[in-house]
Ligand binder design. Structure first.
Ligand code: ZN
Length: 137
């Protein structure tokens, strides 16, 4: 098992506004998209081997809108890269770790992910990510 920080998710009110700062710092945006299932507009910025994911609510009932109303802008989640997500999820279930949803979801880029509830992680929403399986077409 090799773990690494895949990305940090930051909740922002305005993607355009937040992009200005990070792009001004010299980071490059690699794609901006709307993830309908999560009701967010996302901009990914590459930072070395890791990334920063800016999250803007795409509707008023978005989980990010709720987060902003409650906590304001800020760090929303930390994403860890894992080799085998389904094995990791099985392992966590056996350990009675609280997951946000029991099912592995597929993100816009084809990657697989699952969220672990902050109650189990030390107060941080944790996303576990696995790249799109290689060699599958
Ligand atoms: Zn994320």
């Amino acid at each position: 098992m090799s773990f690494s920080i895949d990305h940090l998710g930051i909740a922002v009110k305005s993607l355009a506004q937040a992009r200005k700062f990070y792009e001004g710092l010299g980071l490059e945006v690699h794609g901006e998209e709307t993830v309908a299932g999560e009701k967010v507009n996302v901009a990914m910025l590459r930072a070395g081997d890791s990334r920063i994911e800016l999250l803007e609510p795409s509707s008023e009932d978005s989980p990010i809108a709720k987060f902003l109303a409650k906590r304001g802008e800020g760090l929303h989640h930390v994403a860890l890269h894992v080799d085998d997500l389904s094995a990791t999820v099985e392992q966590l279930k056996k350990q009675h770790v609280r997951l946000i949803s029991d099912e592995i979801k597929i993100g816009a880029g084809g990657h697989m992910y699952v969220f672990v509830h902050p109650a189990s992680t030390g107060g941080v929403l944790l996303e576990l990510v696995q790249e799109e399986p290689k060699g599958v077409s």
